[in-house]
Design a binder for this molecule. Structure first.
Ligand code: ADP
Length: 460
């Protein structure tokens, strides 16, 4: 997204925690600012350019916060790091300091903060007196709130008098996501449908009232995909590259997936895939419930994912039960995710809620027809193959009528019927592959949002 923003004249600098991999990827960096006594140590801000893209990055060099094994959020055994409140408050606080430093070449007009990890940024901006810097806050998933006990208020340098429902308090806790929504000038989320859904009690996690009150400041912008990484014509992960005019070449990739996943190599059987966190949100329990039906109508399933241990075990057991028809890899492997998109006939995304969703976008780009729920970004990006859409030549996938075992089974049956009509299937593949899914459109919408945030700040 920063690369696309720069093409339309918006200079961006990306602020990141100084994870070792971030520091390694920073070229020709220089010291930019010291942050002494900063959340448990003396930190410094380094500015440099990302070695691949050339984009400008500021990294927070604070090894006691960011130099550790595990992933950015979790330790080696999958638990939240116990000092996550400090690690991410530091990120948010650094954004506010950057607006204050004397090197004005880096002082922004807008701070665009993402998710609970950066949720305190709009609040710190106000607290540190940067009232002329506008803020935009993007919610990528309202289910992840970033809540911490009130005892952290002092440690996080938060104004105690704003620990209130009209402030950053969320159900008696410090709510970092809530703070972002409450204090930012503009709020976005990652699809228009999700922007509407989170104003309802079904999806709003108790914040629907706040979001409804702020609806004029709230919008939805669907994510783009990086077409240089997700391009079937050049994708080195694939056994056989292909394009819109050479879809028959996918057969080589399909056979490769069948072999890799221990499936019977049968070119004409509809091959379903899943690339997903294995969780209730993603409707993975429904896939298990509908698996008998998937096999009964002649399908095969290849799955890669990690998540809920019970769901992982159930898929492993299913692969044993349906040997040759169901194969799974419990793990995370991006190469395999490309191979599934480039070889399977269809991808299942039966989420209960889905702010944007990326795998259905990759599916569209790769001619791997998405089967999705009618929620969030899935509803906004896939056109159901109903009779009218097929007649009008606009269908790109299959949308579940209800998110249940029966709804999913019916969608799987419809997919198998359509797959048997090769001409219709090919047309749907080509239509999906020709959709504009890159970041250009989203960048334009963010640029408009930044302008609106600046305008609202200047009149407030
Ligand atoms: P979410 O962010 O809610 O998990 P998205 O669909 O928005 O869901 O994005 C998930 C991303 O993670 C996609 O890029 C998908 O390809 C990737 N992914 C998920 N699970 C795996 C896995 N097991 N191996 C490789 N990539 C995965």
């Amino acid at each position: 997204m920063p690369a696309e923003l720069s093409k339309i004249g918006i200079d961006t600098t990306t602020l990141l925690p100084g994870y070792p991999q971030v520091l390694e990827a920073l070229d020709s960096w220089r010291h930019f600012h010291s942050l002494n006594h900063f959340f448990g140590g003396d930190a410094e801000l380094l500015v440099g350019r990302h070695s691949d893209s050339g984009l400008e990055i500021i990294a927070i060099n604070a090894p006691w916060l960011y130099d550790r094994p595990g992933n950015p959020y979790l330790d080696g055994i999958g638990q939240d790091w116990p000092d996550n409140h400090l690690r991410f408050a530091a990120l948010a606080m650094a954004s506010a300091y950057i607006c204050n430093v004397s090197d004005h070449s880096l002082a922004p007009d807008v701070v665009h903060a993402h998710d609970w990890q950066a949720g305190l940024s709009p609040l710190y901006l106000r607290e540190l007196g940067n009232s002329d810097v506008a803020s935009v806050f993007t919610v990528h998933n309202i289910a992840f709130q970033g809540t911490f006990p009130p005892s952290s208020i002092h440690q996080l340098h938060l104004p105690a008098d704003q620990f209130d429902v009209e402030g950053y308090e969320y159900h008696g806790q410090v709510g970092m996501l809530k703070a972002g929504m409450y204090y930012a000038d503009k709020i976005t989320t990652v699809s228009p449908t999700y922007a509407r859904e989170i104003q309802t009690s079904e999806f709003g996690m108790g914040l629907e009232g706040l979001l409804h009150d702020r609806r004029r400041d709230l919008g939805g912008i669907v994510n783009g995909i990086d077409a240089s990484i997700w391009n079937p014509e050049t994708d080195q992960a694939l056994k056989q590259t292909y394009g819109i005019g050479t879809l028959e070449r996918r057969a080589v990739n399909k056979a490769a997936v069948q072999i890799r996943f221990g499936l019977n190599v049968e070119p004409l059987r509809p091959l379903f895939c899943i690339v997903s966190r294995l969780t209730h949100q993603k409707g993975m329990d429904l896939v298990l419930d509908a698996l008998d039906q998937l096999i009964a109508v002649g399908g095969q399933l290849a799955l890669i994912g990690t998540g809920d241990p019970a769901i992982e075990q159930a898929f492993t057991a299913a692969a044993r039960k349906y040997q040759g028809d169901v194969g799974c890899i419990i793990g995370y492997d991006e190469m395999v995710s490309h191979q599934l998109q480039g070889g399977c006939d269809t991808i299942l995304v039966p989420s209960r809620f889905e702010p944007c969703g990326l795998t259905q976008l990759y599916g569209l780009r790769y001619g791997c027809i998405p089967i999705v729920s009618r929620v969030g970004g899935l509803a906004d990006t896939v056109v159901d193959a109903n009779d009218t859409a097929l007649l009008d030549d606009v269908a790109t996938g299959i949308v579940l009528n209800n998110v249940s075992k029966d709804g999913l089974s019916a969608a799987i049956e419809r997919a198998v019927e359509l797959y048997a009509q090769t001409n219709i299937w090919r047309c749907m593949q080509r239509r999906g592959m020709s959709r504009q899914l890159n970041w250009a459109r989203a960048a334009q919408r963010y640029a408009e949002t930044y302008q609106a945030a600046i305008t609202s700040r200047s009149v407030s």
